[in-house]
Write a protein that binds this ligand. Structure first.
Ligand code: FE
Length: 356
């Protein structure tokens, strides 16, 4: 017994020691478990790209889903208007989780680059896929789709051969027949900025004054309102982005409106872009660049442009059938960077001309 007792003592001791070892082992297991739990989380962050998008969710999600399916890389995104996203990037600074900014209009992309929230990217793929005139010469942003801002007219009151150029809409014979969207919208600021680049301020100011004189009513808040006013007989002609025409036509296929391609004998139709850049404080720069390169390629360009009835920025990719049906046209070949560089002068000019 004693022996047993004596024997038990060391056994008890051993058990205690074993318990301690087990406890330590448990601690070790817990520690390893934490490590395992943390490491995949870290790995997930590395395999995750964060995008701030001024393009709406339904225009970016299908692309991101396709990319995730293809690569396994997750894309987190938030969508908002261009100005709040830019303000957010500036306020967040180094702490920003964003790797990429997607926004519309070269004017906005140029502003983002000016404010220092984008960083230059050197990529053979992007340089090959996106024409030089649709990207920042320093590589801080790249156009991903092209949007045409053109003339729309009432087919029951205007014949296409009565139309010719943006400038012609300033002619007195259009008095009381023109509808425009507000000059506060960057689309019109870019349109006028690109004209300033080619014609000079004096000439453009005279022509914008002519537009204002011809207005049938105060400028509208958006392009769709412009078209509805034309269809309703409030005015006969206007200037809109073609994808708004496409959207309206889907809802009202019998609407008596048509697009006209102006300035085909000189500089061509005003085009702008939606595009993207890599943020200055990107945590996942390499992956974000790969995503941007993919967005410029054939597969994504098809989706990117057709989702919003726009034109692919990559010239190797054809627009979809609906968009192609609007016809081919000569587009302005001037680098869209000018829309940003001359934005402030454009805003002041429109103000002087009384274009609200
Ligand atoms: Fe738009």
């Amino acid at each position: 017994m004693q022996l047993k007792i004596n024997e038990n003592q060391p056994v008890k001791f051993m058990v205690n020691e074993m318990n301690q070892v087990l406890k330590n082992t448990n601690l070790l297991i817990v520690f390893i478990a934490i490590l395992i739990a943390v490491s995949p989380a870290t790995a997930t962050v590395a395999d995750e790209i964060v995008v701030y998008s001024a393009r709406k969710e339904h225009l970016v999600k299908p692309l991101f889903d396709a990319y995730t399916t293809k690569t396994g890389i997750k894309i987190k995104y938030i969508t908002d208007k261009a100005a709040p996203l830019l303000a957010r990037l500036q306020a967040e600074g180094k702490n920003s989780p964003a790797d990429m900014l997607i926004t519309v209009d070269a004017g906005n992309l140029w502003q983002a680059a000016e404010k220092g929230v984008l960083s230059p990217v050197k990529s053979k793929i992007l340089e090959k896929n996106i024409p030089a005139r649709l990207r920042d010469p320093e590589g801080r942003w790249f156009g991903l789709s092209v949007r045409a801002r053109t003339i729309v007219y009432a087919t029951d009151r205007v014949k296409s051969n009565e139309l010719s150029t943006y400038e012609d809409l300033a002619d007195p014979r259009w008095k009381g027949r023109l509808c425009l969207r507000t000059s506060k919208k960057v689309y019109n600021q870019s349109l006028v900025a690109m004209m300033i680049a080619q014609k000079g301020e004096e000439e453009v100011e005279a022509l914008v004054k002519g537009w204002v004189k011809n207005l049938a009513t105060a400028p509208f808040s958006n392009d769709t309102r412009v078209m509805k006013a034309i269809a309703a007989g409030q005015c006969d002609v206007g200037i809109v982005n073609t994808y708004y025409y496409g959207r309206l036509l889907k809802k009202e296929p019998d609407i008596k409106l048509a697009l006209f391609w102006p300035n085909q004998n000189d500089r061509g139709v005003h085009v702008n872009i939606s595009g993207a850049g890599i943020t200055r404080n990107a945590k996942n720069r390499e992956q974000a660049i790969k995503l941007l390169e993919w967005l410029s390629g054939r597969e994504a360009q098809n989706i990117f442009a057709s989702l919003n009835m726009e034109y692919p920025a990559n010239p190797a990719v054809k627009p979809d059938a609906i968009v192609s049906a609007w016809g081919e046209f000569k587009q302005d070949m001037l680098n869209v960077t000018k829309a940003g560089e001359l934005q402030a002068r454009s805003v002041m000019l429109m103000d002087r001309a009384g274009y609200r």
